[in-house]
Design a binder for this molecule. Sequence first.
Ligand code: UDP
Length: 362
Amino acid sequence: MADAVHALRHDPTMPRPPLSAVEPLLRRTAGARAVVTGGAGFVGSHLGEELVRRGCSVHIVDDLSSGDRANLAALTGSPQVRCTFASVADPMVAHAICADADVVFHLAGTVGVQRLAAAPLEVMQRNLHCSEAMLAAAAAHGVPLLLASSSEVYGDGPVPFREQDPVRPGVTEGPRGGYACAKAMGEWLAFGHAARTGWPVVVARLFNTVGPRQSGRHGMVLPRFVAQALRGEPLTVYGSGEQTRCFAHVREVVRALVDLAAAPGAAGSVFNVGSELETSVAELAAIVRAAAGCEAPIVRLPLASVFPPGFGDPPRRRPCLDRLRRTIGWVPSMPLREIVAELLALGRAGERSVDSLRNVAN
Ligand code: UDP
């Protein structure tokens, strides 16, 4: 498949000639060998399925610290898929998986505000170390890489968030910014390697992504509301409920990631990836409650009762998607009501991700 990618293996000590800015990470997806780090996670497992649909062979790499083998049910058994259960924070693992890859989608890391609130040091270190090792290995092997970053880097900046806006991780005395900073540092490291060697990298800043298999155990408002409504329990809105998010369906998000990898002119740039349809959390609770026919009330919990002191909750989060639209020709737009209907139907049918919420504490 050497012709499927423009990057040939090279001696990392030698400067690479600058690449044409219009070259995609992947010239064609069919037959390409793709690595998905964090491939047993919520987004990673959907990405693996999208890559298989497009004819790639897929190497899932995951240390199962937050991923789950059950997320791989649709992938295991496929001759196009293999799995390695190990951490890419280990440079030996990171190098080994690059040896026979045409492209890397680097998603491995830890997400979830409740994880961050409970164990900020571990979350910051895991995200930083995974990216540091994986970026160094992929750059050394010259394997093109798409880095999954986060809308958290924009903090509580003015909306819509544009890729060229400065990052705003916040104060170091508050833990939330540490996650944002680790993600932003990953982006800087990626561009640092690219500047040194001409290595092709694309950064995708993911906004709130929802869909089947997402767990509400560590935050993640929509699966929590769906599980609460299905159990006939009160829906817990944190703070005023006026804070907004834009929710994109994971199947659309992973399509956008693969389209970005295949897009001419994407290398060397950051892209917001998500939906631009803004919804307040209170509105989201009302939509889920009504769609579920739930009679339990919507309750408001003060932020101070759910988050540690100094843990901010961005008041608005909306991306500008001009760059994404220009580059791949479309943006995620599945209406929230359709997404909610799908999750409720799956929940009623006993879908595992909702089952796994039976013991979610509010
Ligand atoms: N949230 C809520 N109730 C919950 C869980 C979350 O009101 O049970 C709020 C949370 O405070 C935030 C929004 O929903 O304002 C989205 O939270 P999530 O953890 O899904 O993602 P975030 O955008 O904060 O990373």
